[in-house]
Design a protein around this ligand. Sequence first.
Ligand code: MN
Length: 202
Amino acid sequence: MYPYKLPILSFTFDAFEPIIDAKTMEIHYSKHHAAYVDNLNKLLENHKDLHNLSIEDLLNQIDRVPEDIRQGVINNAGGHANHTHFWSILKKDGINQPMGEIKECINEEFGNFDELKSQIIAAGLKRFGSGWVWLVMKDARIQIISTPNQDSPLMHGAIPLFGIDLWEHAYYLQYQNRRAEYLENIFAILNWEEININFLRA
Ligand code: MN
């Protein structure tokens, strides 16, 4: 709820070396994510009727936001929610494979994990410009979607299980234009325990 705050990270900026370099993580969190939080708080400063909403409810109920600030709130509330989610589904020395209940569901919907992975990578490469690729729960099924800019799946009735940031700020220092390599590598640091919890909650 208002004022929104940067989450405290459970890892250090160098935790994901060599897959994501420490400088990228530092700038990503302390500049990009922090700016979304600051901008959102400024936009909502004089809209006290919205101050009791969680970030998720703010996005779920985006039509309640006055039109003159709505696009700014979409960008910055989305940016805050998306990044808070992103940090939570990354883990050093991840197990590299789905586990628990979501594993079975992935096998049912996609055949196997490799197929899910290649479809995620394909969707991530297809996103022109900036955005996100997601595995979400929507209409009681797990699905891959991609959103432009900082649009949140929550605005479309979809609950994120995991999302991968496709903005160049997430990978450019290390990977430059090699988005495919970044996408392939990030699968090694996904937190499948947390993703399975998201699945069970959804
Ligand atoms: Mn980002």
